[in-house]
Design a protein around this ligand. Structure first.
Ligand code: ACM
Length: 381
């Protein structure tokens, strides 16, 4: 029997971001099962090696080293928080592996040993900012979790706010694993300063606590929404619909997108993992990056990370969000920006859609608010 291709899945099933990372694990497994069910890659099946790094950067690093150092896997898939990606990257680089990273992040990074399949700031922050300025106003209040992504994402959002003559009224950080009481100061200051928009970079378990505290404080989300890039279907699943209603998120994928690719993915995911299972953008990226990796291995005839990376430049994939491909200029992905608002049932409704895929610009070579559209890449009809 042919040996299998081994994929190392670094997805936390415990800890503060377990909920969203479990969707990434499930979506990776779904893609692997579909590929294996269709005969594998070049007649060989994929063997997933599942790890639980417990939302902890040190454990991510230790497990990545264990997978890479004894040759169990050269291709790794996963990481949600930027702190965990940053912990894994030096090991992937030292052992000449390749990490597929399926999460939106703050940009300003490149590694020859990383493929970034979540949104860069020119594919979510810029479109979200433009939408918010038009719909709600330009006086922002920032609330975030205390680690690298929120600081850097807020720095980018602050630049966009200042570009249009707006103001950042305050910036408050809460512990990564907060208690409800940790949001009291933010709620008090939002009530006192009366912003037009609260931009939240809170991640994981604290997200539902924050939206719940905001709702109980009596703010009207129709006039003062919480806008976020890290509040997706997995975090909303922990909220009451009234606490979610009216708030805004930007992402390339939402579970309500029309069309056969999106609907087929969501129904296959729910058939496998539960009828009410949340299916966020983080899961969709985890799914399509396995499909892209499989296409590249098939093309290269090997899982050597260098050969896979070279072959990726030749691959496209009809992902649930639309057709995607990796940009060989920077190892990030051409993606389809969208902005959505939560309705009274706690479901997303798309309120703005780029209707084209956008070239990744992780170093924000284009700085101004409207310039993201310079990266628009229309597919032939
Ligand atoms: C993140 O930490 N990249 C959400």
């Amino acid at each position: 029997m042919n040996p299998s291709w081994r994929f190392g899945l670094l997805c936390s099933q415990t800890g503060v971001t377990a909920k969203v990372e479990t969707t990434q694990l499930n979506a990776s497994l779904l893609a692997i099962e579909q590929i294996n069910g269709a005969g594998g890659i070049a007649g060989r099946s994929i063997e997933p090696i599942i790890c639980d790094p417990a939302s902890n950067p040190k454990q991510f690093a230790a497990l990545a080293e264990r997978l890479l150092s004894n040759g169990r896997a050269r291709l790794l898939f996963g990481c949600y928080m930027s702190s965990t990606r940053k912990a894994v990257l030096p090991l992937v680089e030292a052992y000449r592996g390749l990490l597929f990273y399926p999460t939106l992040y703050e940009g300003f990074e490149y590694s020859k040993h990383c493929i970034y399949t979540g949104a860069a700031p020119n594919q979510n922050s810029m479109q979200l900012a433009k939408y918010l300025f038009g719909a709600y106003g330009k006086r922002f209040f920032f609330v975030g979790s205390n680690y690298v992504y929120p600081y850097e994402s807020n720095r980018i959002m602050a630049e966009l706010v200042r570009q249009v003559g707006g103001a950042v009224l305050d910036e408050i950080y809460v512990p990564l694993a907060p208690q409800p009481v940790d949001f009291s100061k933010a709620i008090r200051e939002i009530a006192r300063t009366k912003p037009d928009v609260v931009f939240s970079t809170v991640v994981g378990e604290g997200t539902a606590m924050f939206y719940d505290a905001f709702h109980r404080a009596g703010f009207d989300a129709a006039r003062l929404p919480i806008a976020s890039l890290t509040t997706g279907e997995a975090e909303v699943a922990d909220m009451a619909a009234q606490a979610a209603c009216g708030h805004v998120t930007a992402a390339p994928f939402f579970d309500i997108l029309p069309g056969p690719a999106a609907a087929g993915f969501v129904s296959a995911y729910r058939a496998r993992f539960g009828a009410n299972a949340p299916v966020p953008a983080a899961a969709e990226a985890a799914y399509f990056q396995v499909m892209l990796a499989a296409g590249a291995i098939g093309r290269a005839g090997a899982d050597d990370p260098g050969l896979v990376q070279a072959a990726l430049a030749e691959c496209e994939y009809d992902a649930p969000q639309g057709r995607v491909r990796i940009d060989p200029d920077n190892n990030h992905t051409f993606l389809w920006p969208r902005v959505a608002r939560l309705n009274a049932e706690g479901r997303f409704e798309v309120v703005w859609n780029a209707e084209a895929r956008v070239k990744p610009d992780p170093y924000r070579v284009t700085q101004t608010l409207d310039e993201w559209s310079g990266g628009v890449h229309r597919l032939p009809a």
